[in-house]
Design a protein around this ligand. Structure first.
Ligand SMILES: O=C(O)c1ccccc1NCC(=O)[C@H](O)[C@H](O)COP(=O)(O)O
Length: 208
C-alpha cells in the first residue's frame, strides 16, 4: 500500500518523512489552505535534497501556466488537481507531469464510475476524498468506502478523507483491484501544516 502524506510545509518534516518509507509527500499550492506551502518552503528546500519520496504539488482550479511554473520551480514529480479541473487541462498537464485527479465524494454520489469516466484517458491516478462545505480538502471527513468497493474504477487510485491512526484494521481489510495507496493529512497533525511524525511513523509501521 503506497502512502502519501499531504500538507508538508517545512524542510525538516520533509527530511523526516523521506526516512519513513512513505512514497509521496504532498505540498499544497492553494493560497486559501492553512497548509499553503508557497510562503513556507523555498524551492531549494525541495530541489537540493536527494529524496526518495516523490513530490506532489496540490492545486485547486489553477491555470496550466501557474501549475507548470510550480512544477519547474519546485521540481515536482506529480500534480494533484483538487478542484473542478477539466479533462482538457488534465490532458495538457499529463504531457509534462504525472497527474492525480481528485474527486470529492458526497453522500449523494451515486456512481463513481460515471464521475471519473471523462478523465479515464487523461490522468495517471485518481484520488477519492470526502466533499466538504467548508474547505476543499484536509477536513478530516470520511466518506462511505463502499461507494468505492461497488465501483469498477479501472485506474490506480488513492483512498483519502479523514484517514487516521484508528483506521489500520479497516485499511488492511479494504480490497479493490485498483487500490494503489492512501493519502493522509489532518489526522496526523499537531496543527495545520505541522505533522506529528511519531504518529506517522507508528501508522506506517502498523500498516506493514
Ligand atoms: O489539505 C488542505 O488544506 C487542502 C486544501 C485544498 C485542497 C486540498 C487539500 N488537501 C488535499 C489532500 O490531498 C488531503 O490530504 C485530503 O483532502 C485528505 O485530508 P484529510 O481529510 O485531512 O485526511
Amino acid at each position: 500500500m503506497n502512502i502519501k502524506v499531504c500538507g508538508i510545509t517545512s524542510k525538516k518534516q520533509l527530511q523526516q518523512l523521506d526516512g519513513l518509507n512513505v512514497a509521496y509527500a504532498g505540498f499544497i499550492f492553494y493560497e486559501k489552505s492553512p497548509r499553503y506551502a508557497g510562503l513556507k518552503l523555498a524551492n531549494e528546500d525541495l530541489t537540493e535534497m536527494d529524496l526518495d519520496v516523490k513530490k506532489v504539488g496540490v492545486f485547486v482550479d489553477a491555470e496550466y501556466e501557474d501549475i507548470m511554473e510550480m512544477v519547474e520551480k519546485y521540481e515536482l514529480d506529480m500534480v494533484q488537481l483538487h478542484g473542478n479541473e477539466s479533462p482538457e487541462l488534465c490532458e495538457e498537464l499529463s504531457e509534462d507531469v504525472e497527474v492525480i485527479k481528485a474527486f470529492s465524494i458526497t453522500d449523494t454520489t451515486t456512481s463513481i464510475d460515471t464521475l471519473v469516466a471523462p478523465y479515464d484517458n487523461v490522468c495517471d491516478y485518481y484520488l477519492f476524498d470526502a466533499a466538504s462545505k467548508t474547505a476543499k480538502g484536509g477536513t478530516g471527513t470520511k466518506f462511505d468506502w463502499k461507494k468505492i468497493t461497488d465501483s469498477k474504477i479501472e485506474k490506480p487510485f488513492f483512498l483519502s478523507g479523514g484517514i487516521g491512526p484508528d483506521d489500520v484494521t479497516a485499511l488492511k481489510k479494504f480490497k479493490h483491484p485498483d487500490f494503489f495507496g492512501i493519502d493522509v493529512n489532518s489526522q496526523f497533525e499537531k496543527e495545520p501544516g505541522v505533522k506529528d511524525m511519531g504518529a506517522v511513523l507508528k501508522f506506517v509501521h502498523d500498516l506493514k
